[in-house]
Design a protein around this ligand. Structure first.
Ligand code: VGL
Ligand code: ZN
Length: 202
């Protein structure tokens, strides 16, 4: 069984949002076209409380995009984004949502960030996504969405480590930093993951 994972296709990550990924909106028609080709579609949603420690605004004197040590982990400080219940945290209105069977929310603990759809950044707590996929007999995971160099990359990395045959659909993702995504792709390939184009799946 194959699953399509739609990572964080939320208003704040799309141009006009507070942490807009350049050209992030361009993934939407691609993932909408892909969805009918999958038996299972699952989404993640970045879902922060407003006091989340990944927000620069919650560290007086610190700037956005600075890196700090947060509870022993390196943490980039982000603009306020994807606050629970706000319009910025909603999926884009252009995203087809009918086929999404389950939504896994992450980043809900104010003390730790969570890029991967599987675990927080310290690998301390699971979202139960791996168990959910295993329960559905999923063996292959295809990752799409935003941002390619953060949540897509960390989700794909954990998917490989969990034993799934893992693909990043490269034209169904956009990065905050393209150079970082180039490195991320090499990292995924080195771990045994694969990079494909949506045309191979349509
Ligand atoms: C993300 C930075 C902060 C992402 C989420 O979805 O890639 N990036 N929170
Ligand atoms: Zn976030």
């Amino acid at each position: 069984m194959k699953a399509l994972l739609l990572i964080d296709i939320q208003n704040d990550f799309i141009p006009g949002g507070t942490l807009a990924v350049p050209y992030g909106d361009e993934v939407i028609p691609v993932v909408n076209a892909l969805q009918p080709h999958f038996e299972l579609v699952v989404a993640t949603q970045d879902w922060h409380p407003e006091n989340h420690k990944s927000f620069a605004a919650n560290h007086p004197g610190k700037e956005v995009f600075e890196t700090i040590n947060l509870n022993g982990l390196s943490q980039v400080l982000w603009p306020i984004h994807c606050v629970q219940g706000t319009s910025g945290a909603e999926f884009s209105k252009d995203l087809a949502i009918n086929k999404i069977e389950a939504i896994f929310r992450k980043g809900t603990d104010s003390e730790i960030d969570s890029y991967s759809g599987f675990y927080d950044n310290g690998h301390l707590k699971s979202t139960a996504l791996a168990a959910y996929l295993e329960g559905k007999n999923v063996t292959e995971v295809y990752v799409a969405g935003l941002a390619a160099d953060y949540c897509v990359y960390y989700t794909a990395k954990d998917a490989v480590e969990e034993g799934f045959t893992t693909y990043i659909i490269e034209d169904a993702v956009r990065a905050i930093n393209d150079g970082a995504f180039t490195k991320a792709k090499e990292g995924i390939i080195n771990k045994g993951g694969r990079i494909i184009k949506s045309s191979a799946l349509l």
